[in-house]
Each structure stands twice: as C-alpha cells, then as structure tokens.
Design a protein around this ligand. Structure first.
Ligand SMILES: Cc1cc2nc3c(=O)[nH]c(=O)nc-3n(C[C@H](O)[C@H](O)[C@H](O)COP(=O)(O)OP(=O)(O)OC[C@H]3O[C@@H](n4cnc5c(N)ncnc54)[C@H](O)[C@@H]3O)c2cc1C
Length: 431
C-alpha cells in the first residue's frame, strides 16, 4: 500500500498546532514547519539568565474560551489566575480599586465614593451582563456590529464611564485605545470576563503551545525551517530549496506571511486563491511591552493580583501588571517583575519609552521606581489583526483544492479564533 503523504502545516503558532493536534488525533500524518526556533508564534516566553520569565507581550488565557477548554489540559498547565478587577489610575492621579466589576458591578463600583460612573452607568453594566449571558459565545460573535465606542455610547454610558473604565480596560484587550474594534467582539470578550478568569500558566504563556506540541509525534515539528513558497496544495518549497510533497497544505502563518507565500504561488490574477487574498486582513495593532525588575521582596503590586489600568490620556503606561505576584516562577526569589504595556505608540523609540515610563512609574510608586532594572522591551508590530465592524467573523478557510488557511487573521483577534480556525480546517480535511 502506498504511504500517504503528510498534511503540511506552515506555522507552529496556536492555529497550526491546534490543526495538527486534531488531525493527529484522527490518525492523520502531519508535518508542521516553522521558521522560528521554538513553537508558539506570538505566544512565547523568554527566560533571562537571572531567572525572570518574560512573556513576549502581556497576554492572558481567558479560561472560558470554548476552544481552549476543548483542547488544553488546564490541570497540567497549572494556571494561575489574576483577580477579577483592576486598580484604575484616573486623570487626576487618584487611584480606585474595582474588584469583580463585571461579576458584581453594583458592589464593585459603589465600594468607592464613585469617581467612576453614575448609578445609571452601573445599572447598565448589570443589564449588559444579563444580555451577554443569554447567548452562546458563537451567537455573540455573529451579532450585528458597529465599533465598540459607538456601541458603548448607544448603550447610554456616560463619557466619564467610557474614559475611566471601558477605554483603559478594553483598549488594553484590543491594543486599541480608540475602541474602533467591532462590537460583536466586545460582546464576546465581555462575556468571557463575566464567565471566566484571566490566567497565565505558572511557567509562562509559552506553556500553551508547548502542551500541544508535546502531544505530536517526535519529528513532526520542524523548527528553523522557513517556507519560501507553495507550489500548490501538494508541494511546499523551503528556503533551503528542498521541495516537500503533501496530501494537503495548511497556511497557519500570520496574514502578511500568508499573502507573501500565496503571491509566489501563481502568476495568474484570476487564480481563486489570489483573488481571495484580497479578503486577507493584514492591518495589525502595535504594542510595546517593557519589563522592569524591582529589588527587595515587597512587590509594588501588593500581591493583590489586580491589573493596573491608566485612564490618563497621553500616558505611556497604559496597562501594568505584576506577573510574579500571580505566579512566583516569573521572578527569582526576592525580586518582583513589572510588566508595562504601551499600545500603538509609533513615534517614540524603545529607549524613549523606557525613560518616559520611569517618570510615570515614579509618580505611581515613588522615586524608587526610577531605579528599577530595565530587563527588556518587546515591540510587537503585528500583535493583533485589526478587526472592524463589517469584517466577517470567519473568512473562507479553504483557498483552493488541498489548500487551506487558519489563524486569528482569518477570524477575529484572539487565541480562541486561532484555535477554532485550526480545528475547523482539520475537520474540513477529515470530512
Ligand atoms: C502582545 C500580545 C498580547 C496578546 N494578548 C492576547 C490575550 O490576552 N488573549 C488572547 O486571546 N489573545 C491575545 N493575543 C493574540 C494571540 O496571541 C494570537 O491571536 C494567536 O497567538 C495567533 O496565533 P496564530 O497561530 O494565528 O498566529 P502566529 O502566532 O502568528 O503563528 C504564525 C506562525 O507562522 C510562522 N511563519 C510565518 N511565516 C513563515 C514561513 N514563511 N515559514 C515558516 N513559518 C512561518 C511564524 O514563525 C509563527 O510561528 C495577543 C497577542 C500578542 C502579540
């Protein structure tokens, strides 16, 4: 009997690994190729010589993501959850703490002398919680959309509530402080925060792809193997010049890389895959994550495991977190890790961002913050695909006979989308 050629998956990010996982479970032979030296794509963790674990950008797993529940062994990931809520720094420098703002809005927002929002604003959160709980995640994603800012205004929230709560909170999730992201995605994410926790694996976010990779047969993932082009659904050409034979090909790269691989595939502009390429969304959100380390055992985060959100316009420190408060393994003993995210800032260099952050952090945590050790900065130009009202929640995944694509850029900007499209391509190939 002739040996069946493998299905070749280009990209060992969450989408490619999910696709490989489901195909392997169904008994199909897979080969996963990636240009990087480790699995994970955008989900990576570096360990410094001193023993800090630096996720490449602040990133969490929402524990109720339907696709994550389907595929991960949460126990083995040893998930550590942030506390639901945030400490918000307001325009006037005042800090206010919200615990469980989406699960218990009335008590969370009234536990303070209400610098955020009116009673009507709080009641509207209760109303939105009830609304999202009526739907499945898929139904929310399929709802008609406008941009998030318009959705919030139409819902009736005051500008103060939008600027001091929604903009820093969801602007941090989308990496988009303008809240231009589509409202169906807002409703989906809002539901995820109401029903689940935001968590990180104890040893870093890269444990997510590592868990999937460990389930695949040895030798089926080839790292440091960049693909130069796709001949068709049966052949893949490596940068090394080698041509690999496949029974089908899955493009699980980011959108821009996929477009480049497809562009080399055919000179015929009428070719169906090239035509569909016009529907590829390659615009992306930029974020910079800057890591500092403190000396001494006391975490500036007071071990409360809450995110810090900055509602001040014009600030560079948009979101802050203290990952070592949530999982001790993120920092060596006696040190604390500080993660600061700056979204969309294009005009400043990394060094200028670090200098600006030191001043802002000194205002939050006192002059000692000026002495915090700068560990590393990650500027991630294509962190999330831009997802606007009117974009379909699922682009066509089949590009041509034997040629498929998966990844967040074929759906919406989330791990859930990467995992879901990976599974759907596997199902299409198995059908
Ligand atoms: C800073 C940051 C924060 C985030 N926060 C969250 C969050 O809190 N919650 C959430 O749900 N999502 C979050 N995300 C989004 C989430 O990480 C992505 O949606 C998801 O990882 C996308 O996976 P993917 O497999 O589609 O693509 P990718 O991870 O981009 O994987 C594509 C892979 O293809 C490989 N590749 C590209 N070109 C080639 C080639 N020519 N040959 C071989 N290999 C190639 C790349 O090396 C890469 O490994 C965040 C992302 C970032 C960057």
């Amino acid at each position: 009997m002739p040996v069946q050629k493998p299905i070749i998956i280009i990209g060992a990010g969450m989408a490619g690994l999910a696709c490989a996982t489901w195909l392997h479970r169904a008994g199909r032979s897979v080969v996963v190729l990636d240009s990087a030296s480790a699995v994970g794509g955008r989900v990576r963790t570096d360990v410094t010589p001193e023993g800090f674990r630096l996720d490449r950008g602040f990133q969490v797993l929402q524990t109720n993501y339907p696709e994550a529940r389907r595929i991960f062994d949460y126990g083995a990931l040893n998930l550590k959850a942030f506390r639901s809520g945030a400490v918000i720094r307001l325009e006037n420098g005042q800090e206010t703490t919200l615990v469980n703002p989406l699960q218990q809005p009335l008590s969370a927002f009234s536990a303070l002398s209400s610098p955020i929002g009116s009673l009507t604003d709080k009641l509207r959160i209760v109303s939105l919680v009830r609304h999202v709980l009526k739907y499945t995640p898929e139904e929310l994603l399929a709802r008609p959309a406008t941009d998030t800012l318009t959705f919030l205004r139409r819902y009736g929230w005051s500008e103060r509530m939008i600027d001091s709560f929604f903009r820093p909170f969801f602007g941090g999730v989308y990496l988009d402080r303008d809240l231009s992201t589509a409202s169906n995605f807002f409703e989906f994410i809002f539901q995820q925060f109401v029903t689940g926790e935001a968590a990180i694996p104890a040893l870093g976010i890269q444990q997510l792809p590592e868990q999937l990779a460990a389930r695949l047969p040895e030798g089926s993932i080839r790292l440091s193997t960049p693909v130069a082009g796709i001949v068709d659904g049966t052949q893949v050409r490596l940068v090394s010049g080698q041509v690999l034979e496949a029974s089908a090909v899955v493009l699980a790269t980011d959108g821009l890389a996929a477009l480049r691989l497809l562009a080399g595939r055919s000179g015929n502009p009428d070719d169906s895959a090239s035509t569909q390429a016009a529907s590829f969304h390659t615009a992306a959100r930029l974020t910079t994550c800057t890591y500092f380390a403190t000396e001494g055992g006391h975490s500036p985060g007071r071990n409360d495991k809450l995110l810090r959100l900055n509602a001040c316009s014009g600030a560079l420190a948009h979101n802050l977190s203290f990952p070592s408060d949530v999982s001790g393994a993120y920092a060596p003993a006696g040190r604390a890790l500080v993660s600061v995210s700056t979204h969309g800032e294009r005009s400043l260099s990394e060094a200028e961002i670090v200098t600006g952050l030191r001043e802002e952090l000194a205002a939050w945590y006192g002059p000692a913050a000026r002495q915090w050790q700068h560990l590393r900065s990650y500027r991630i130009a294509a962190a999330l695909p831009v997802y606007l009202a009117g974009q379909p929640v699922r682009q066509p995944l089949k590009l041509a006979d034997g040629l498929y694509r998966c990844g967040d850029w074929a759906a919406y900007p989330s791990l859930n989308a990467a995992l879901a499209t990976g599974r759907e391509v596997a199902e299409a190939l198995l059908a």
